[in-house]
Design a protein. Structure first.
Length: 307
């Protein structure tokens, strides 16, 4: 599941904190769940569910969809909260994250930990009872690998981006498993798309905030001369691979529209990524980040509409 906030929340006015303390606390707990990240998680989970359900030939169940999205949202929110609990000291050293509720002490660590555990446990149990065991196990794997593999590796090696891409690409698999009870080759192709998408997306974030990451001791990018080479490799190569992978999945109809649209999206994404690789400027990184956020819903939306 997606790992860094896509939108930097604006600080609340101090007056609002004094006049409406309850609302301020609720807002802090809401912020812990990273709702802007959860939006993309739910989009890709929905796409996996819809396409997985279409592969079964059964009547579409809105109740099953609701249960899947709710359970996934709870696990994703719990994971985000627990991540901020673990990294609260380091987040306080970064300009971008220093105003997070756990980082600046607005919420006490035990409260943050409890909130994250409850959300995660309820989400996994809910998926197991209301959806199916496979979806619950996939969500649990995502949570554990994110918190206990990716999170500690962020301070040790730039390979953390590769490691984090594995749990980060799980939402469509969770959706597919929830709808069909199994994982087909088509589901793994969706996984591959999201897996590759994460590299240019997070390279843009890592480049924009590289000074912040360095200040807090994160190794999202390697030190020294290797930095530029790694950034270019992890941006350009996945974008090259993303073009053919995105058109492998055959549509049931409107083949020409499907292939041409997916190809144009892939080439457009590659062009912006190539510009970033050549310029390596903050503006180019922002364009790549914005393009990645637009690309993913469009790609999955095309698949849903043409199914």
């Amino acid at each position: 599941m997606s790992r860094e906030p896509l939108i930097v929340a604006l600080d609340r006015p101090a007056a609002q904190d004094r006049r409406f303390p309850t609302l301020a606390v609720l807002s802090d707990y809401w912020t812990l769940t990273k709702p802007e990240v959860n939006f993309l998680i739910l989009i890709t989970t929905y796409a996996g569910f819809y396409l997985g359900d279409a592969s079964t030939g059964r009547q579409f169940s809105f109740l099953a969809l609701f249960n899947t999205l709710l359970g996934t949202l709870l696990v994703a929110s719990g994971t985000a909260t627990l991540n901020q609990y673990i990294e609260r000291i380091f987040d306080s050293q970064m300009r971008r994250t220093s105003r997070r509720p756990a980082a600046d002490g607005r919420l006490e660590p035990p409260a943050v930990l409890t909130f994250g555990i409850v959300l995660s446990a309820v989400g996994c149990i809910y998926l197991a009872l209301a959806v199916n065991l496979l979806a619950s196990l996939l969500a649990l794997f995502t949570l554990l690998s994110y918190l206990f593999l990716y999170t500690p590796l962020k301070r040790r090696t730039a390979l953390c981006v590769l490691v984090g891409a594995f749990p980060g690409a799980m939402p469509p698999l969770i959706g597919w498993a929830a709808a069909s009870g199994r994982l087909s080759m088509e589901a793994w192709l969706l996984y591959a798309v999201l897996f590759l998408w994460q590299f240019p997306h997070f390279m843009a974030i890592a480049w924009m905030y590289r000074e912040d990451y360095d200040r807090a001791g994160y190794q999202m990018l390697p030190k020294g001369n290797a930095r530029i080479s790694i950034v270019n490799l992890q941006t350009i190569l996945p974008l090259i691979a993303l073009v053919p992978i995105s058109i492998v999945q055959p549509p049931l109809g409107h083949a020409m529209i499907f292939y041409s649209t997916e190809l144009l999206l892939g080439l457009g994404f590659f062009y912006v990524g190539l510009q970033f690789g050549l310029e390596r400027s903050r503006g180019a990184a922002r364009r790549l980040l914005a393009t990645s956020i637009v690309y993913l819903p469009l790609l999955f939306g095309v698949r849903i509409m043409l199914r």
